[in-house]
Design a protein around this ligand. Structure first.
Ligand SMILES: Cc1cc2nc3c(=O)[nH]c(=O)nc-3n(C[C@H](O)[C@H](O)[C@H](O)COP(=O)(O)OP(=O)(O)OC[C@H]3O[C@@H](n4cnc5c(N)ncnc54)[C@H](O)[C@@H]3O)c2cc1C
Ligand code: FES
Length: 294
């Protein structure tokens, strides 16, 4: 059953990030923070995992925030309002654990990982928690959903690598100050693997700072999203194996072997590059054909 795109807007000024609202009543009915869906645009398309960044049970919609990085994300983001994607599977993955914590919760979003912070922050705040959010991006134009995140945060800190907005630096700079100054019950980090690795190194109690329980959201490569293919497996520091799609995607960051994950993250780089080049070539040929016919 095809799923209609009801809204599409560009976010930031990079031209690579889009917000899309999809009509998916059954998924919207069961969605919670932490869940993701698998989207396949057309019959020859691959299934790509995308986080449910927001949901509206009454309207029967889910909101996605997508960054164009390769063929499938480009194919999806080339669609317009009114177009349909062929299939959507979900909600998949575990809902985040919701508790009322004694001390504030720090939620950290980096790059495209900022959007998934929204439902987590919203649900944890509704449970009575104080939320301190730290958002980080390379520069101002890549900072997305600032107002939305602000609406579900008690305190919002922004960092950019180049200092074009907020503090110049990285998300771990304010994090270090916060956990040194006050007690924090939980840290949640969503963003690039390298960012999550350094958040975990900050909170694992190995240096002078106290240990703080930390969840990270693993964006490993996925195929089936149901624990069968093994593609999303990651190693734990005690030598165990877990699957991001069914054991996560939000998992205890202190058990993740990030060095192994980082090594495996670009194992299909050549194929991904080739696939994007072929798609771009196809698009150019189609444009040329259209202009000749016109
Ligand atoms: C649970 C989960 C939730 C996700 N949520 C979102 C989301 O809300 N929005 C969003 O834009 N992306 C999200 N991703 C990442 C997204 O699935 C990938 O960017 C997408 O599959 C890439 O497909 P592609 O064909 O466009 O690029 P590919 O050709 O497959 O890859 C191009 C390049 O993108 C990078 N890349 C590929 N796959 C991933 C990945 N899984 N994680 C990080 N980088 C990757 C690599 O550098 C790769 O070389 C999520 C991933 C997971 C596992
Ligand atoms: S994506 Fe196949 S096991 Fe997780």
């Amino acid at each position: 059953m095809p799923y209609e795109i009801l809204e599409k807007i560009q976010l930031g000024d990079s031209g690579t990030i889009f917000e899309m609202v999809l009509k998916t009543p059954l998924i919207a009915k069961k969605a919670y923070a932490g869940n993701f869906i698998l989207v396949r645009v057309n019959e020859t398309g691959e299934r790509i995992p995308l986080t449910i960044a927001d949901y509206d049970r009454e309207k029967g919609t889910v909101t996605l925030v997508i960054q164009v990085v390769g063929k499938s994300t480009k194919l999806l983001c080339n669609l317009k309002v009114g177009d349909k994607v062929l299939d959507v599977v979900g909600p998949l993955g575990n809902r985040i654990h919701i508790d009322k914590y004694e001390h504030p919760v720090v939620i950290i979003g980096g790059g495209i990982g900022i959007a998934p912070c929204y439902p987590q922050s919203k649900e944890l705040r509704e449970a009575g928690n104080k939320i301190i959010t730290i958002l980080g991006a390379r520069s101002k134009g890549l900072l997305i959903w600032k107002d939305r995140i602000k609406s579900v945060s008690d305190e919002l800190i922004i960092t950019t690598d180049d200092g074009s907005e907020g503090r110049k630096g990285v998300v771990t700079d304010p994090l270090k100050e916060i956990i040194k100054e006050k007690e924090i019950s939980l840290v949640i980090a969503i963003g690039p693997l390298i960012m999550m690795k350094y958040v975990v190194l900050t909170t694992n109690g190995s240096g002078s700072l106290p240990k703080v329980k930390t969840y990270v959201s693993l964006n490993t490569i996925m195929i089936d999203g149901t624990g069968m293919c093994g593609c999303c497996r990651f190693l734990t520091l005690d030598g165990g194996v877990q699957f991001a799609c069914v054991d996560g995607p939000d998992v205890d960051g202190h058990i993740v072997d990030f060095d192994n994950l980082l090594k495996r993250a670009d194992r299909f780089l050549e194929q991904e590059k080739y696939s994007l080049e072929c798609y771009d070539e196809e698009c150019r040929a189609l444009e040329k054909y259209k202009s000749e016919v016109d």
